[in-house]
Design a binder for this molecule. Structure first.
Ligand code: AMP
Ligand code: GLY
Length: 468
């Protein structure tokens, strides 16, 4: 089978590598050259990934069976519509259904209209006066979100991105003045997780849960990014996430797909729910209409034994064989190597030299993101996320340790979050959720870094999977 993969980042490299492992042929269409994709593609074409007619022409010329759309922008631009109009089966929703990601307002309104549940309190003011009223009425910390796509960087959270409610209000007003819409949402306390599913006519098929690290700097400081790294746990849950929590999140995904169907929108692709696990269970932060980056890298690393080509062809054609949903029972950790200053003022152009053989023999995979080839074993960083290193092991912290060991084989200037998947970080997150669940602790959760007087050490009672 022959696939067209649209997009040129590490997520698309992971998709193409999983297809390649299953014996499929891959044609790549991306704006940038990607050394990883170039190495496995039968043909790699430089083109605007948002140009539907051009991609439909390429799909015909190359006789591709199925197209897989990696990033959100082509989905929002209607690339899936153009491909389907030319008879190409596609993993990725049409523009109308992709609004579940490309318009946060559409998403919230749809879920409210169809009584899906699992939403925080939200309001979408239309005028600056309504912003003032909403801020006054919220009466507790809130979050401001632009309606449209912002590559994960437009959301402002009170306490992290602004302190005074007035400043949040000013930000919301500035979005309105620029002609857009803004949402104000109650700020939820809890732990975030991502639950992705293959969605097609025959059902909704979940993948292992993943936790993404969105903030640029260690200790979750700095601005929101597309994601600095992520981990998954060998039982496909997370240290703080029970099977019941996961099932409640999955029910929100399923009801949302039903809501779209009830409004005449078919969905064949990946649906990614970004959730906050709160004292009241999982609540939806956002939907994405694609694999997460980096979360897709975690789950695709676990897909080795099944026929990934057949699985994606099933999604694109409306019927998935459940026997193809085979994710290995291993923990994974992804860490992105990014240019110094990433998240604020990235310094592009730095060279990285990788001993890929030594990295692979340390049990770590290399996936290429936004980098240019610059000689044998050398790449040049751009202003975006450069190289994803993926470690796997039985326990999460072991997988993290593997990635750390592999860093010895990367020379050059880069930034990486060393705290992703460490025992300390996992224990803090587990403890955070434990405290939220203590009755009466809902409104005043302890800061993650502060131990309660007389509280047991943060890892006491932590599950075996956490401490490995
Ligand atoms: P989004 O693009 O909606 O996922 O928002 C980006 C990030 O902002 C999320 O990953 C969260 O870290 C944070 N965030 C979004 N909505 C909320 C909320 N209602 N409460 C707390 N944090 C939020
Ligand atoms: N890692 C978050 C995203 O893919 O949007």
């Amino acid at each position: 089978m022959r696939f067209l993969v649209v997009g040129g980042g590490a997520r698309e490299h992971a998709v193409a590598a999983a297809l390649h492992r299953s014996g499929a042929e891959v044609v790549v269409a991306s704006a940038n050259a990607n050394p990883g994709l170039d190495a496995i593609a039968r043909r790699a074409v430089r083109t605007d990934p948002n140009d539907g007619p051009r991609l439909a022409g390429l799909a015909r010329e190359e006789r591709v069976d199925v197209a897989v759309i990696g990033p959100e922008a082509p989905l929002a631009a209607g690339v899936a519509d153009a491909l389907r109009a030319h008879g190409v089966a596609v993993v990725g929703p049409d523009r109308a259904a992709a609004r579940i990601e490309s318009s946060k307002l559409y998403c919230r309104e749809l879920l409210e209209r169809r009584r899906v549940g699992g939403q925080p309190k939200w309001v979408a003011p239309r005028t600056v006066e309504e912003v003032d009223r909403a801020v006054a009425e919220f009466g507790r910390p809130f979050v401001v979100k632009p309606d449209g796509l912002t590559a994960g960087k437009g959301v402002w959270v009170q306490g992290s991105d602004f302190t005074d409610a007035k400043d949040g209000g000013m930000y919301a007003k500035s979005l309105l003045v620029q002609g857009g819409r803004a949402l104000l949402e109650e700020k939820l306390d809890g732990e975030e997780f991502s639950l992705m599913a293959f969605v097609t006519d025959s059902g909704v098929y979940p993948m292992p849960a993943v936790q993404d690290f969105k903030r640029a700097l260690e200790g979750n400081a700095g601005g929101n990014t597309g994601g600095m790294g992520s981990y998954s746990q060998r039982d496909h849950l997370l240290p703080f996430l029970s099977a019941d929590d996961r099932d409640r999140a999955l029910a929100i995904l399923v009801r949302s797909v039903d809501a779209m169907r009830a409004e005449g929108l078919a969905y064949r692709g990946i649906l990614y729910g970004g959730f906050m696990l709160t004292a009241d269970g999982p609540l939806l932060l956002e939907f994405n209409a694609r694999f997460g980056d980096p979360e897709g890298i975690n789950v695709l690393t676990l897909y080795e034994e099944g026929d990934f080509g057949a699985l994606l062809a099933g999604v694109a054609n409306g019927r998935v064989d459940p026997n193809l949903l085979e994710f290995r029972l291993r923990s994974t950790v992804v860490k992105y190597l990014v240019p110094p200053g990433y998240g604020d003022r990235p310094r592009s152009g730095g060279l990285l030299t990788l001993d890929a053989g030594a990295i692979e023999s340390a049990g770590v995979h290399v996936l290429y993101g936004s980098v240019e080839a610059a000689g044998p074993a050398t790449v040049r960083l751009t202003s975006s996320r450069g190289i994803a290193l993926v470690g796997e092991a039985s326990a999460i912290h072991e997988a993290s340790h593997r990635v750390e060991s592999a860093l010895a084989f990367v020379k050059g200037e880069y930034y990486v979050r060393h705290d992703i998947g460490t025992k300390d970080d996992l224990a803090r997150r587990w403890e955070h959720v434990r405290r939220l669940r203590v009755p009466g602790a809902k409104t005043s959760p302890l800061p993650l870094s502060v131990a309660a007087p007389g509280a047991p050490p943060s890892s006491a009672g932590a599950p075996e999977t956490l401490l490995g």
